[in-house]
Design a binder for this molecule. Structure first.
Ligand code: NAP
Length: 248
């Protein structure tokens, strides 16, 4: 079967490393991004240099109209999607709950919960035999925060990843009989630009001493797990969570 993957937030960090690995594994690749066109096109050039057929498509995953347009681009230019990596995510400055604005909380929930659910909906519409598909695989990028709660930092973000975990469980059971597997990875502290969003770009280095393995993780270490879960090598895994937190 041809392998066609959509990687949301594929322009930077974990998503970009996943795109590079997917290129080596023979996928046709859609790199989705939200605002940083330059970064998306840099990843696009790199995956094409590895021989992959690839496109970069701007879409805010929290808008269904934009998600529909994203999937239409993929239908037309790469073919029917067989794999989805729900990786796009956001966080806000370190804050207590009693200091959080409604705007901030909504933005996090829309990007981290509504976005993956909408993308999964439109993937299932193409993967399920009920809709003429031949199955597929979805990997949601959650966080160890979903089981630690992130008190005093960003409980709203942790709660959004908790919702994503529950969505992973529920959807995995809903479509298990249709040849679609749904799993999640839960990274710990990973060296990406993500931490600048929380107001501390050097956050991972500062927190390394509290990690049992005494170091932050690399985005390629998360990408390896994502690509394995997407692949047929993980053929009996659904509704599972792979924690990549260096022991946290
Ligand atoms: P990153 O380097 O900040 O990259 C985030 C990516 O998501 C970018 O490509 C960004 O696109 C995209 N994005 C953000 N909002 C979007 C939206 N509304 N629609 C479409 N794309 C959007 O982050 P990362 O560290 O690689 O994180 C990737 C995932 O891993 C996230 O879900 C995050 O919660 C999770 N995670 C990260 C860590 C960590 O320590 N880094 C730990 C646990 C979990 P633009 O740049 O174009 O805006």
């Amino acid at each position: 079967m041809d392998k066609v993957v959509i990687i949301t937030g594929g322009s930077r960090g974990i998503g970009a490393e996943t795109a590079l690995l997917a290129a080596r594994e023979g996928y046709r690749i859609c790199i989705n991004y939200h605002s940083d066109e330059k970064a998306a096109h840099s990843v696009l050039e790199q995956v094409r240099a590895l021989g992959a057929q690839a496109i970069a498509v701007r879409a805010d995953v929290s808008s269904e109209d934009e998600v529909i347009a994203l999937f239409h681009h993929v239908d037309a230019e790469l073919g029917r999607v067989t794999a989805l990596v729900n990786n796009a995510g956001t966080v806000a400055h370190k804050s207590r709950v009693d200091e959080m604005s409604e705007f901030r909380i909504l933005n996090i929930l829309k990007t981290n919960v509504l976005g993956p659910i909408l993308c999964a909906k439109h993937a299932v519409l193409r993967m399920s035999p009920k809709h003429g598909g031949q199955g597929g695989s979805i990997v949601n990028v959650s966080s160890v925060a979903s089981r630690l709660g992130s008190p005093g930092e960003y409980v709203d973000y942790a709660a959004s990843k908790g919702a994503l975990d529950t969505f992973t469980l529920g959807l995995s059971k809903e479509v298990a009989g249709e040849g679609i597997r749904v799993n999640a990875v839960r990274p710990g502290y990973i060296f990406t630009d993500f931490h600048a969003l929380s107001g501390d770009p050097d956050r991972v280095s500062k927190l390394e001493s509290g990690i049992p393995m005494a170091r932050g993780g690399r985005p390629d270490e998360v990408a390896e797990a994502i690509i394995w879960l997407l692949s047929d090598k993980a053929s009996y895994a659904t509704g599972t969570f792979l924690d990549l937190g260096g022991g946290r």
